[in-house]
Design a protein around this ligand. Sequence first.
Ligand code: NAI
Ligand code: GGE
Length: 289
Amino acid sequence: MEIAGTTAFITGGASGIGFGIAQRLLANGARLVLADIRQDHLDEAKQFFEERQQGRNVHTIRLDVSDREQMREAAKECEAVMGGPEILVNNAGIDPSGPFEQATYQDWDYGLAINLMGPINGIMEFAPGMRRRGKGGHIVNTASLAGLTPMPSQMAIYAVAKAGVITLTESMRDSMAKDNIGCTVLMPGPIKSRIHESGQNRPDRFRQGSGLRENEEQLAQRVVSDTWMEPTEVGDMIVDAIRHNKLYVATHGNWKEQVEARFKAMIDAMPEAKPFDFGASLSVPKKED
Ligand code: NAI
Ligand code: GGE
């Protein structure tokens, strides 16, 4: 599809990968609605674009992607203020990692509410409008290579959510295609960002009863490495994926061996296929049966 003249709604659009995608979409002629839970990130992003005489093409909305009411209101506000969106980027996410044994239900609920239900809420609240306007469009969901690569238990909550985002994107594709809406799942490796500040972004209702507070405090001390990729480079990959409706974008090739070994082990676990008619068992029984 053509990016120029569209509106892009980007969750977590005021920092890191989302902000990198925002910059490259704007440079290619899109208007932006940046949605983020952090007002300081939104103010900083807005100022960045104002300094470049692009403020009028950027609208900001404070919201939490795990709050469905706020997502519904944001869809209305986006359509009213900037039009569209034709492009939806479900990117907001957090790092809920820590010792598996210490994770509580609160930590699971938090990790899945933001990283998996966030994209689902985005699709539930925005896809109907995108279909109704009939202009086609594109949906980008940010997963991670951690959703595909075998991960240690420390990363279990994160990996479960990100694996879900990959499957979600793959399985919604045929439905979206009927309305000329393309789909991309972004699977980044290490990217320069403020994901180490995740502890600050945990919504209040998920704070009491967490078992991972110590880990969040440790994560907050981590420094961004020079060797990690620039978010604008990821933004360029997303511009290309939207233009050419590419389902998968992986930013790094460094985990190919692990991913290949994982799929090989799964395929090796499968017996030789026996001839079998799945037609009857997989279809809904008819009334007269
Ligand atoms: P970041 O922290 O720099 O940016 C994320 C933005 O999302 C922040 O501005 C934050 O305030 C916002 N946010 C957090 N929770 C939110 C919520 N509930 N509702 C609305 N906004 C919220 O981090 P980064 O790294 O750019 O993260 C973006 C996405 O990329 C996440 O989904 C993350 O899991 C994913 N990712 C990041 C990688 C990395 O190396 N940085 C690698 C692979 C995936
Ligand atoms: C840069 O910070 C993070 C983070 O705090 C949590 C998760 C991630 C980055 C990523 O999604 C990635 C990095 O690619 O996940 C991995 C983390 C550790 C080992 C391998 C990973 O992905 C293959």
